[in-house]
Design a protein around this ligand. Structure first.
Ligand SMILES: [Zn+2]
Length: 273
């Protein structure tokens, strides 16, 4: 079973719980290649199973750096997925493998991905993210053309920059938790807190990374990856329940209309692509 290629041992992910991985899959639905998004919806349980399996992988796979770090685990998982799709593995198994990839994408964006020891602050932030997730808007940070259309070897350099960005949030979250009385007081954080902003960045960057990595897999396995309109250099906000987008978007078929789902997405130009 390729999704479980690394045997589950005693260690488990202490950065976040697997139910947040489903949230990553849910948030990514509008930005995934549509054919893949429909499979993810269809095999939702398997997606959760793959995420849970990843959570049981040894501790080093959930942390940044090294031959057994999360970036390497993601690159290997992407290669495994390409091979599985090309060799026509059942889609239930393939989607389980994408659940694993979603878990690792969230780890890679954790503010604590570079901390060697999991502590009370890490666990408090994980609990807070679960609590805050329903109130966090769905934001997509854009389709990364260089990655999505890239061949083998495109994944690793992209990921190293991601986990570096994420780790800068760690000190801010610790300070914020201490401000309200320490890790045990996380329920006192409100939606104007630094931690809410951090949780929003973490979940949405993880979902954006997952959508881009999954697109790389799909493209390299021979699948169709339609461009996301304004996907470069624009932050897109999805304002409805997330769902797979159309395979041939309406803006391609009907010239002069404003887009695929004009009422569900808003675009904002980013300062930096
Ligand atoms: Zn993990």
């Amino acid at each position: 079973m390729f999704a479980l290629a690394v045997p589950a041992v005693v260690a488990a992910c202490l950065i976040h719980s697997p139910d947040l991985d489903r949230e990553i899959g849910r948030r990514a639905l509008p930005w995934l290649p549509p054919d893949l998004a429909r499979q993810v919806v269809k095999h939702e349980r398997e997606f959760g199973r793959g995420a849970k399996a990843a959570a049981a992988w040894p501790a080093s796979y959930h942390l940044a750096g090294g031959q057994q770090g999360v970036e390497r685990a993601i690159a290997l998982q992407c290669d495994r997925l390409v091979a599985a799709i090309r060799s026509r593995q059942p889609f239930a198994e393939v989607v389980a493998g994408f659940g694993t990839l979603a878990h690792l994408s969230l780890d890679c964006n954790s503010p604590f991905v570079r901390a060697r020891v999991t502590d009370a602050h890490t666990q408090a932030f994980g609990a807070y993210m679960r609590n805050a997730a329903p109130r966090i808007p769905l934001v997509f940070y854009g389709q990364q053309e260089g990655l999505v259309r890239g061949r083998a070897g495109a994944v690793a350099p992209y990921l190293t920059s991601r986990s570096l960005d994420a780790s800068t949030l760690g000190a801010l979250v610790r300070e914020d938790l201490d401000r309200v009385g320490g890790p045990g007081s996380w329920p006192r954080l409100d939606d104007r807190s630094t931690s809410f902003g951090a949780a929003s960045l973490v979940l949405n960057h993880a979902a954006s990374d997952f959508a881009n990595l999954a697109s790389w897999v799909w493209h390299n396995a021979g699948g169709l990856v339609p461009p996301v309109r304004d996907g470069q250099g624009t932050i897109l906000i999805w304002t409805a329940e997330p769902q797979p987008r159309e395979k041939v978007p309406r803006w391609v078929r009907r010239e002069g209309t404003t887009g695929e789902t004009p009422s569900t997405r808003l675009g904002f130009r980013q300062d930096r692509p």
